[in-house]
Design a protein around this ligand. Sequence first.
Ligand SMILES: [Zn+2]
Length: 140
Amino acid sequence: MPHTCKAALVQCMDFRLMKGIREFLDQNDLTGDCDLISVAGASKCIADSSVPAETEFLLKQIGLSHDLHGIKHLIFMHHLDCGAYGGSAAFASPEEEHDRHVMDLTRTRDVLKQKYPELEIKMVIAKLDDAGALSFEHVG
Ligand SMILES: [Zn+2]
């Protein structure tokens, strides 16, 4: 079995996402072929770089996935009502919350694109409905 995989997914650690993320991996043919990197807020720490140690930690995990597993795709998945952002309640409107995630994902993509120009980078915003199901919006 080769010790390489297709992609790495950077996701929030939030347990509510687990089932939906499994479905996402299945739908994208990534089950068993994707490194999973879970941190609170997903790429928030790279986007706002307010805590350098966290940024460094996440960049190191991505670097390991790149160097050891030869990934070709990097997926950043944020989700609405994320505790690392103070939840949906921290925003004046759903649009403001959505825009913040798009902005942070875009910043993250720009940082990683400089570091790994050959990687295909995808940005996804996940939304949890009242029944606990996740839907996914591809942005950028
Ligand atoms: Zn979260």
